[in-house]
Design a binder for this molecule. Structure first.
Ligand SMILES: Nc1ncnc2c1ncn2[C@@H]1O[C@H](COP(=O)(O)OP(=O)(O)OP(=O)(O)O)[C@@H](O)[C@H]1O
Ligand SMILES: [Zn+2]
Length: 300
């Protein structure tokens, strides 16, 4: 099978072709411009690829409700031209193949559950801590959409006692994203995250916020794995700090062995590394093809 994959990010698009084993055979990337120009690049890439299906993991918010007249659209985004853009419909008007469509973070969660750190498990939560904070939720074998889709980057957290940064989320000020995404780190410390030394107090504070989010997700969704990706998590020293803080927040209340004695294998980096996004889109493409095949066989 030849599966097309689109990792549609706010700053760049990655398109690729792979197979049902999660192997990526080819890829390209280009900057995210206005939708018409960006989609021209996407269509030109797939034009001669003869793919059997396409999976899209997209920046959001997006419409995932199959019964909605705007299913497949990007809904409200400050990105010029993308608000109300019919992403899936545009692709389908050119390529007559099944299209899998989900958020970039749900896609990454599915990719990790299919071929990565949560392989063989029926649940995981995937966080990206980058320009924004996004959360993908995979549970009992399904990606969670619910009313819209999870937006766990915007939860409220308790303020660190030494933190007087107001927070920079345009909607909430000091939500998790407003306090812990890359731009918040940069605004608080007046330096880009990748220039701060490993022992800088920024990291203890960063871990303090991320650990609260993870503890809340453990208590509400009980995932079997928590995967942390995105640019900020390139700071590997954050992992032990976050694990320790999650342990102290939960304080023995959740007695699962994964948390009590094996937390270094429970809160982990994406096993698919920088391929998590594209492999996630690939996994969506595989699912889209499988579900069409299943529908066909149940009709026959
Ligand atoms: N090594 C690093 N250490 C700390 N922060 C970093 C590092 N590399 C990138 N960042 C920060 O991460 C952010 C970019 O995140 P990422 O690389 O995940 O890109 P993105 O795809 O734009 O983000 P998003 O996941 O929100 O779409 C920037 O704010 C950048 O300063
Ligand atoms: Zn917010």
């Amino acid at each position: 099978m030849r599966i097309g994959a689109i990792e549609a990010g706010g700053t760049k698009f990655v398109c690729g072709v792979g197979n049902e084993l999660g192997e990526i055979e080819d890829r390209v990337h280009f900057p995210t411009r206005r939708p018409e120009e960006t989609m021209e690049n996407v269509i030109a890439y797939f034009r001669d690829k003869r793919v059997d299906s396409i999976g899209i993991g997209s920046f959001g918010p997006i419409d995932l409700e199959h019964s909605s007249p705007t299913y497949g659209y990007v809904t409200t985004t400050p990105k010029p031209g993308w608000s109300g853009y019919n992403f899936v419909g545009t692709l389908k008007s050119v390529f007559d193949v099944p299209v899998g469509w989900d958020t970039d973070v749900n896609a990454a969660a599915l990719g990790e559950a299919t071929w990565g750190a949560a392989q063989g498990l029926d649940s995981c939560v995937y966080y990206t801590i980058g320009t924004g904070v996004g959360v993908g939720v995979y549970t009992e074998g399904n990606l969670v959409h619910g009313l819209v889709h999870p937006e766990g980057g915007h939860i409220l957290t308790r303020r660190h006692p030494n933190d007087d940064f107001a927070g920079n989320c345009p909607y909430h000020g000091d939500c998790l994203e407003g306090m812990a995404a890359g731009p918040a780190l940069e605004a608080r410390w007046k330096a880009k995250g990748d220039t701060l030394p490993e022992d800088h107090p920024a990291w203890e504070m960063e871990a303090f916020y991320i650990a609260q989010a993870i503890s809340n997700v453990i208590l509400t969704l009980s995932p079997k794995k928590v995967i942390l990706g995105g640019g900020v998590m390139k700071q590997a020293q954050l992992f032990p700090m976050i694990r320790a803080q999650v342990g102290s927040i939960l304080n023995g209340y959740v007695s699962a062995k994964s948390i009590v004695s094996d937390i270094e294998h429970y809160i982990v980096a994406p096993k698919l590394g920088d391929n998590a996004g594209l492999c996630g889109a690939l996994a969506l493409g595989v699912r889209a093809l499988d579900s069409r095949t299943n529908v066909r066989s149940s009709i026959q």
